[in-house]
Design a protein around this ligand. Structure first.
Ligand code: ZN
Length: 55
């Protein structure tokens, strides 16, 4: 379908789109899980968090 709703990292269909930061060098969108992982890679700590578990 030419959908962009596929996670650029894990190839899963994404319901809620997360847009990667420019400095991550990712072309496309991310799912919540991959977005969270990237956030922790680039910004270690708990001040930024995607609370997917609370959905
Ligand atoms: Zn993903």
């Amino acid at each position: 379908m030419g959908s962009k709703e596929i996670c650029a990292l894990c190839d899963e269909k994404v319901k809620v789109l997360f847009y990667p930061m420019k400095e991550w060098g990712i072309d496309g969108v991310l799912c919540g899980d991959c977005y969270s992982k990237k956030l922790h890679e680039y910004y270690p700590g708990d001040h930024i968090r995607v609370n997917k578990d609370l959905d």
